[in-house]
Design a binder for this molecule. Sequence first.
Ligand SMILES: [Zn+2]
Length: 248
Amino acid sequence: MPDHARSDRRRLTRALGCAAAGAAGAAYLPAVVSLGQWLPVTSAAGVCRWRGSAARPEIGITFDDGPHPEATPAVLDRLDQLGIRATFFPLASMAERHPELVAEVVRRGHVVGTHGYRHGHHLLHGPGWVRRDLDAAGRVMADLGLAPRWYRPAYGQVTAATLAVARSRGWETVLWSAWGREWATADPAAVARRIVKRLAPGAVVLLHDSDRFGPPGMWRTALAALERVGDAMGGRSLAGVTLDELAR
Ligand SMILES: [Zn+2]
């Protein structure tokens, strides 16, 4: 783990206190999301989604942290082969370096949301930082000719400022109901198993078309897991659709 990430994690641990620190530290991911998977707190308030309707046999697969010059084209090709439409949450600071990759995602029929600009921990920053980050992301997306509907906060960390700023921009905050945790293992079978366990209609799946915030080559694990998840979806007659379609 890079030094800055280690330091962020220590600060996050302090910010969350002892009870949440175990969950957040162990997974290097937020307690907010860990809780969110079981407690429909934010969903009940109607401010944040992490799954779609279970009424149709559809799954929303999502990719965070791109675009990545190797990973994103490989993921796009695999999605085409599997007949899946997905939703991408590019980091704006990467999107401005690789605008052609974002354009290609759109050209292939997928939906592009936003993952913010700098991938900071919202639990460690004040409302001003959150607003500046989302404003910067909004400017990049506008420069690319895109007006995102969906916003996924980095690390799934949702604060009152996250929700307020996203809503003021007209973005719907969305988390996920199934993750592969491909940053924690290089075994695509293990990643796929974790996702397939939660592969119910309406599920929103988190994967990454990048290894920017995980171990080198993490995206290859995600790509191989995607193949297995696609097979499982086919076996259960579950269609892979965009979040726009999932939210119909
Ligand atoms: Zn991310």
